[in-house]
Design a protein around this ligand. Structure first.
Ligand SMILES: [Zn+2]
Ligand SMILES: [Zn+2]
Length: 300
């Protein structure tokens, strides 16, 4: 068995429409185990081109109940089922996760019946079932899942008024990665990221957001401009990420969930990260949809 720990980026965008960046979703690949973390719009369709068979995913985690982290759940469940799943999907997430899953399964109820009527026992009845465990919100990292040498811990982050919202820390083969979830700068994220080999962090570029607000206002789209003005209050700006990463001594930083969702363009990505190197000396990069990045040991 291989001991590689990798993060597959399914969606590196946000709720804002983007041709290049879908809603939030990652697969943590630890040896032979695939764990889905969030499943926002478009994330399910990224699985196969990103090299992950939907039916190979036995566990899914959710960070919070914003649409851009969950609306591809129905498509994922069906891809997994028709892709040959024979066991229920195990789902973990904050309070609200059970209700979200129940709601999607209710919406799918008729089609589940149609598929079973059409295909009979070629579709395993357990393959479309979901077993949900809601994880208590804790400020300190709390281990809620262990599969062999792979473990996951949750910790609460500050995405107010979305309460609770989680970040996750994964450990495997002597390496660790922290996935921020959606959050403003907060001490719980800084503490969880302490000494991590990789921080996968949501990211807001304040200058670009202000530029976008100005463009919307110039185009007479006042309501959208006013809504955008609320966005920075519950996200973390690139400068804050650099400060947090430097303080926590993380090995490297990968930016995902970009606000605004710039196109796949090296120059725009460099612009997005500009200035971070003044505070943080480690490697910083912007992830793209369907990219696969290995978590390697942090250099001392
Ligand atoms: Zn989000
Ligand atoms: Zn959110």
């Amino acid at each position: 068995m291989t001991e590689r720990l990798e993060i597959v980026f399914l969606g590196t965008g946000s709720p804002l429409p983007s041709a290049d960046r879908c809603g939030a979703g990652n697969v943590v690949v630890a040896g032979d185990t695939n764990v889905l973390v969030d499943c926002g719009w478009g994330a399910a369709r990224r699985l196969v081109p990103a090299g992950v068979r939907p039916a190979s995913i036995g566990v899914a985690l959710f960070t919070h109940m914003h649409t851009d982290h969950m609306t591809d759940v129905p498509d994922f469940l069906f891809q997994r089922w028709t892709g040959g799943a024979t066991v229920p999907l195990r789902v973990f997430g904050p309070e609200g996760t059970q209700e979200m899953i129940d709601g999607f399964l209710l919406a799918l109820r008729r089609d589940i019946g149609y598929r079973q009527a059409h295909h009979g026992d070629k579709l395993h009845p357990d393959g479309i079932r979901v077993e949900v465990t809601e994880v208590p919100a804790t400020l300190e990292p709390h281990q809620f899942l262990r599969m062999g040498g792979l473990s996951f811990e949750s910790f609460e982050v500050d995405h107010f008024p979305v309460v609770p919202a989680f970040g996750y820390r994964v450990r495997f083969g002597g390496r660790s990665a922290v996935l921020s979830g959606d959050t403003a700068f907060c001490e719980t994220l800084a503490a969880a990221a302490e000494g991590a080999d990789m921080l996968v962090c949501e990211a807001l570029n304040a200058g670009m957001v202000n530029q976008l607000i100005g463009m919307l206002r110039f185009a007479g789209r006042e309501r959208e401009a006013a809504l955008m003005e609320d966005v920075p209050s519950y996200h973390i700006a690139t400068g804050e990420i650099a400060a947090l990463a430097a303080r926590a001594g993380v090995g490297e930083v990968v930016l995902s969930h970009l606000i605004p969702p710039i196109p796949n363009d090296a120059e725009r990505e460099a612009e997005f990260m500009a200035g971070m190197d003044a505070t943080y000396r480690g490697r910083v990069r912007v992830a793209r949809d369907m990219q696969r990045i290995e978590v390697t040991r942090r250099r001392a």
